[in-house]
Design a protein around this ligand. Structure first.
Ligand code: ADP
Length: 395
């Protein structure tokens, strides 16, 4: 048990990853003047300027992770895909690693994650696991699975093509050749996310549920609305499920739980992330405690903060404009800053690329419909393009 004071001069907190989540964690830590150390490939990444100490290295390299972690009191992550063996070693040697590596190993693998839900009696879409594309095709031929279904790569990084919806025989060639989960295609009424937190004393708290809306053509989340427009009993049930999930995993810090509210009125867990999450960015501006502060409270053994919402909000990701690759230029930012309740967060990525997450905008308004209308206005005005209007056409 580490007795060193979190607020003392020599407390050492480290993060694997220095993207936008690491940056926002470091900014939250700055409220308490806690210095943050980060490991990632370049100090030019978003968190770089906000870290007291930066180590250049690869968080997938076990030696780099071990060397970085062994000097720390607490180690956390902003991304799941890290050298997990080094985390087990650090944990065994007394470094507090949050989320605990055992839980991370399950969450990183969508197959193990689904089996975990089944084992703990937590509702999720029916599934089967297969070793490769041929095994999926054989299962189809044998009538074990039926169209339509969703095929998911068990571990991410499959050429960015981790999820395929296979509707009919015509999609035969879309079946991915990778160890995978095959799930029933669920008729979804709404996609929700609930971020829950837990501290080392076992205290838990849930942020209000968020409703995600999707762009009709590009299959991307478009707006995140809080509160979600769902009946109070669905909200309560979603929070209760998310709390059961974090307790089952026995982790400290955050667990972001993505859920489907089906057309039949059921709630199913889709997947989870044991760290700050895109669906919680609005909390920086719209809740008593931000998800980043809550994560710190959870992993540092502090009391959890109130998750009370101070204002309804609509969040939109600021994505690189299609057709633009190069030095980022923020078109329309002045007009958007002039709008009441519009909070702009830029991640400081020098180069934009089509659909790259360059920042996010949270729109606050006492009336959620008005917040939505303003969010659409921001979406139409604020564009991340290439400086000077130079356009490199993407094929
Ligand atoms: P990722 O890890 O890429 O976010 P998800 O598992 O969240 O992958 O799936 C991405 C999207 O695909 C979901 O947000 C949802 O819209 C759709 N989807 C995933 N699983 C199912 C399912 N079983 N039924 C229906 N739609 C699904």
């Amino acid at each position: 048990m580490n007795k060193k004071s979190v607020f003392g001069p020599d407390y050492r907190l480290g993060i694997l990853g220095a993207g936008q989540l690491g940056k926002m964690l470091a900014i939250a830590a700055a409220d308490w003047h806690l210095p943050v150390r980060a490991l990632d490939q370049s100090g030019d990444f978003p968190a770089g300027p906000y870290c007291a100490q930066f180590t250049e290295g690869n968080f997938n390299d076990p030696d780099a992770v071990y060397a970085f972690g062994k000097a720390l009191d607490v180690l956390t992550i902003e991304i799941e895909h890290v050298a997990i063996d080094a985390l087990f070693r650090l944990e065994a040697e007394g470094v507090a690693v949050h989320p605990r590596p055992g839980a991370l190993a399950v969450i990183k693998d969508k197959g193990l994650q689904k089996q975990f839900w089944a084992r703990h009696g937590l509702p999720t879409a029916s599934f089967r696991l297969y070793d490769d594309g041929d095994a999926v095709r054989q299962a189809l031929d044998a009538g074990q699975i039926h169209f339509p279904f969703v095929q998911k790569s068990r571990t991410e990084g499959y050429d960015g093509r981790g999820v395929a919806v296979i509707r009919s025989q015509a999609d035969w060639n879309k079946i991915m050749d990778t160890p995978c989960v095959v799930e029933d295609l669920v008729p979804i009424q709404k996609e929700l996310a609930v971020i829950v937190s837990r501290n080392t004393a076992g205290e838990v708290a849930a942020f209000p549920a968020v409703e995600m809306t999707f762009h009709p053509e590009a299959n991307l989340v478009e707006f995140l609305l809080c509160p979600a427009r769902i009946p109070a009993e669905v909200e309560q049930a979603a929070e209760a499920l998310a709390l059961r999930a974090i307790e089952a995993f026995d982790i400290c810090g955050l667990l972001a739980v993505e859920l489907f509210w089906t057309t039949a009125g059921e709630l199913l867990i889709n997947e989870v992330a044991p760290r700050p999450h895109n669906s919680g960015h609005h909390t920086i501006n719209s809740c008593y405690t931000s998800q980043f502060e809550q994560h710190l409270r959870g992993i540092l053994g502090l009391p959890l903060g109130s998750t009370h919402m101070t204002s309804p909000s609509v969040m939109l990701n600021l994505l690189g404009e299609p057709g633009h690759s190069g030095p980022a230029h923020y078109e329309g930012i002045g007009e958007c800053l002039a709008m009441e309740g519009v909070k702009i967060h830029l991640y400081g990525k020098a180069q934009t690329k089509p659909f790259r997450k360059m920042g996010h905008v949270t729109v606050l308004d006492a009336d959620l419909d008005r917040a939505m209308a303003k969010a659409r206005e921001v979406q139409g005005r604020l564009k991340v393009k290439v400086k000077g209007g130079k356009v490199k056409v993407e094929k």
